[in-house]
Design a protein. Structure first.
Ligand code: F6R
Length: 244
């Protein structure tokens, strides 16, 4: 695991955006695994800035997002489909045929998850998977305990996660969907490389547990330590509970 700790939040975001931009510029047609959530908002803004100011070309990029809430359609402003279109896809000219998120309104969620796995395989697998970390230690929506060989599936969200994500739902955790479709830990570990970003003191304790505690299904983010090509970018605050 390659650990980068920056002094400021801005530096951490720029390092993460630079990492992704470097792959896009070098490869032209990479398959990116993308994440949502507050942490990633500034990363996508930084990528949009590189597109607008430096001509970073996303026309060859294919993407697969980690997850989507069950019951929210792509036009719902609280959906991750909407988040991705408004923060990245529409701004850098990625056509919808190149972008993939699980369909939270699928009538048969199991079939949808199997089709999602198949689509990732048919794209040749994910080159770089971007990851945040949730308060429960989840990556994607892999709540504890999530076996390290788990695949894309329908999961029940922890109360703590619904509280974490309540802002988009009128600050009411009960209004946050209680289920989601998510790539599994096993799906994530198959990406060619992983890039985790965590920001701010609220993440410090869970980051320390994930990076220094026992590796196991109780903290799905601990699985990244098993990956041979994994970079973790932290700002000083999110790194503050790590041992010196
Ligand atoms: C989102 C996702 C989650 C988030 C995590 C952190 O697609 O997969 O694992 O990365 O919940 O969310 P924020 O950045 O909002 O703290």
């Amino acid at each position: 695991m390659h650990l980068i700790v920056t002094d400021t939040r801005e530096e951490a975001v720029n390092r993460a955006a630079g990492f992704i931009a470097g792959l896009v510029a070098q490869r032209g047609d990479p398959v990116l695994g993308l994440a949502t959530g507050r942490t990633m908002e500034d990363v996508y803004r930084a990528l949009v800035a590189r597109h607008e100011q430096e001509g970073l070309d996303f026309s060859g990029v294919t993407s697969f997002n980690l997850d989507e809430y069950v019951g929210l359609g792509p036009e719902d402003v609280r959906s991750y489909h909407h988040y991705m279109r408004s923060l990245l896809f529409d701004r850098v000219g990625m056509p919808s045929s190149h972008t993939h998120l699980p369909d939270g309104t699928a009538h048969d969620p199991d079939a949808e998850c199997a089709a999602y796995e198949k689509a990732i395989r048919e794209a040749g697998g994910i080159d770089l998977q971007l990851l945040g970390i949730g308060d429960t230690g989840h990556i994607g929506f892999n709540e504890p305990p999530s076996p390290f060989d788990s695949r894309t599936r329908c999961v029940r969200l922890d109360r703590q996660t619904r509280e974490q994500n309540a802002a988009m739902f009128g600050n009411d955790p009960d209004a946050v969907p209680d289920r989601a479709l998510t790539m599994g830990v096993g799906t994530i570990l198959e990406a060619d490389s992983l890039l985790m970003l965590a920001l701010g003191s609220a993440k410090a304790e869970i980051v320390a547990r994930a990076l220094e505690g026992p590796v196991g299904p109780e903290i799905s983010a601990s699985a990244i330590r098993l990956h041979p090509r994994c970079t973790v970018i932290l700002d000083a605050r999110s790194a503050s509970a790590l041992s010196p």
